[in-house]
Design a protein around this ligand. Structure first.
Ligand code: ATP
Ligand code: MG
Length: 503
């Protein structure tokens, strides 16, 4: 469709009107309008299950919207979007699994498309490298082109995925929670790449539950709530608390909840070390206490959790539970001792994706955890699990829907429910809010407090310093495998803690 020559401005990258998508009983999107300017950085914000990923899948042709949608891409009207059309129109997505080839080199992954349609003997590797190098140069990034992709950290693989999108001439790139598993410095690097893309005229739509990041990177933010459009707002002048209010319809108090632990000592760690992972770790954890453990990704926090949960064995040192030395040979031992572990990686948590959300899926996982004929009777387990699913306000369509149809944050809650149903004494929470929206975060921390009030001893691991500052009684700072500092949130300032951790 020819453009009106009188209009000087370039067409918007994307204009969608009246997008509706119903899955069985769930209305994922209803009458949503969504627009992105050329070269704009635009954020899509909303609680878990509000429809963000569904909208991205519609724009990229993975799902078809219900009839009646208006679709305009770079000034061209379309009646529907197929994956091929999306790609030809210059739309790309950086999926969370990145869809790259771990066995291939950086150059091959980036310039992959140039290989397609060529018979192998005609492929010029020099040209392939040139293409890859040029794409990285557009991002102002220097990577070893010959490195095997599988050997790179996730942050660099993301860059490779973005460079590949540029090779296929993407002008509108969607990133669905790209920073969820990145460290602070990796996040900063990614945000710099997003800015570079925008400077070069490539529009970026960015999804993140970290609101500070949203406000830092985007010019505008579109807010969804329960599949409906709340509005489109400039980020200029917007605050995090206002944005969470728009997303949830309520406001959240942000106050330090630390207090003195009154209960008896439950867990005592003495000089625990494991070569290359963590070194000479000592601390105590009391009943009713929330102990925060923060530090950058790679500080050894998760490795420590793995040993406390019996998944790896320390080389030296002791773990005492209620004064008795523990020899954990497996996670089964740990569960039998009343230790529960909510891992940071929900995809590896043992949710069986194709199975139904219904209690049987949750229960089958539970059975594996607690062993046949475990401590809880099947009926009691079922009752406890559904109790926690309700308590955690897990948004479920039909109980017989597969777990994979739940939004990411809701899957995280299913995992938490499952663990709480094992009635643990010690709860290890390793970054429990990765991918969880602001409202649900508040809900999870409220529950963490209630659990502590009931006498649970809780280790709360997080790389988001404000989370431990607000929700823990004491905070340990881990760096390079060692605990280097301890804070009382009542006697320190958030800025000081952040400065120390992110230094
Ligand atoms: N294939 C599907 N079948 C059934 N329901 C689905 C399907 N895909 C998504 N849904 C439902 O649509 C709603 C929106 O899901 P979506 O994944 O878009 O949320 P989201 O905003 O990306 O959430 P999160 O922040 O947790 O990733 C949810 O209630 C989800 O359960
Ligand atoms: Mg999502």
């Amino acid at each position: 469709m020819p453009r009106d020559p009188a209009s000087a401005a370039p067409p918007d990258a994307l204009r969608l009107r009246g997008i509706r998508k119903v899955f069985g009983g769930v209305t994922a999107l209803d009458a949503v309008d969504f627009g992105v300017g050329a070269g704009e950085v635009h954020c899509l914000a909303g609680e878990n299950g509000s429809g963000k990923s569904t909208l991205i899948k519609i724009v990229t042709g993975v799902y078809q919207p219900d009839p009646g949608a208006g679709i305009e891409i770079f000034g061209q009207t379309h009646t529907q979007i197929t994956p091929t059309l999306a790609r030809k129109a210059g739309i790309a997505v950086i999926w969370q699994d990145l869809a790259l080839f771990p066995e291939m080199t950086v150059a091959e992954n980036i310039a992959f498309e140039t290989l397609l349609g060529n018979r192998p003997r005609w492929v010029s590797y020099a040209r392939l490298r040139d293409t890859a190098r040029a794409a990285l140069a557009r991002l102002d990034i220097d990577l070893d082109l010959e490195a095997r992709l599988g050997d790179l950290p996730i942050a660099q693989r993301q860059i490779v995925a973005i460079a590949r999108a540029l090779v296929s001439d993407a002008r509108l790139i969607f990133m669905d929670e790209p920073t969820a598993s990145l460290t602070q410095s990796e996040t900063d690097a990614l945000l710099a790449v997003v800015r570079t893309l925008s400077d070069r005229g490539v529009a970026v739509v960015f999804v993140s539950h970290r609101l500070a990041e949203v406000l830092e990177i985007a010019a505008r933010v579109t807010v969804l709530r329960d599949g409906r459009l709340v509005g489109v707002y400039p980020t200029e002048g917007m605050t995090q608390s206002r944005l969470s209010e728009l997303m949830t319809g309520t406001s959240f108090a942000q106050a330090v909840t630390a207090r003195d632990a009154a209960g008896p000592e439950v867990l005592r760690i003495e000089n625990l070390s494991r070569a290359g992972e963590y070194d000479d770790i000592s601390f105590t954890l009391h009943a009713g206490e929330v102990l925060g453990l923060t530090g950058l990704i790679g500080a050894g926090r998760t490795e420590l959790c793995h040993s406390l949960f019996g998944m790896t064995r320390p080389d030296r040192g002791r773990i005492l539970l209620n004064g008795e030395g523990l020899q954990l040979r497996s996670n089964r031992d740990a569960v039998a001792q009343g230790i529960a572990y909510v891992s940071e990686d929900r995809l590896a948590l043992g949710l069986i994706q194709p199975q139904s959300i219904a209690d049987n899926a949750v229960l089958s996982v539970l059975k594996r955890i607690s062993g046949a004929g475990g401590l809880l009777s099947a009926q009691k387990k079922e009752a406890t699990v559904s109790h926690w699913l309700r308590e955690l306000a897990v948004k479920i369509g039909l109980p017989e829907d597969p777990v994979s149809t739940l939004s990411g944050g809701n899957q995280q809650r299913v995992v938490l429910a499952k663990w709480l149903a094992t009635e643990p004494k010690v709860l290890l929470l390793d970054c429990p809010t990765v991918g969880v929206d602001v409202g649900a975060r508040a809900g999870i921390f409220r529950i963490v407090r209630q659990l502590a009030d009931r006498g649970l001893a809780i280790l709360l691991v997080s790389d988001e310093v404000p989370e431990v500052f607000l929700n823990a009684d004491r905070v340990l700072h881990m760096a390079g495998g060692r605990i280097i500092h301890q804070w009382d949130p009542r006697q320190t300032r958030l800025q000081d803690m952040e400065a120390a951790v992110y230094a």
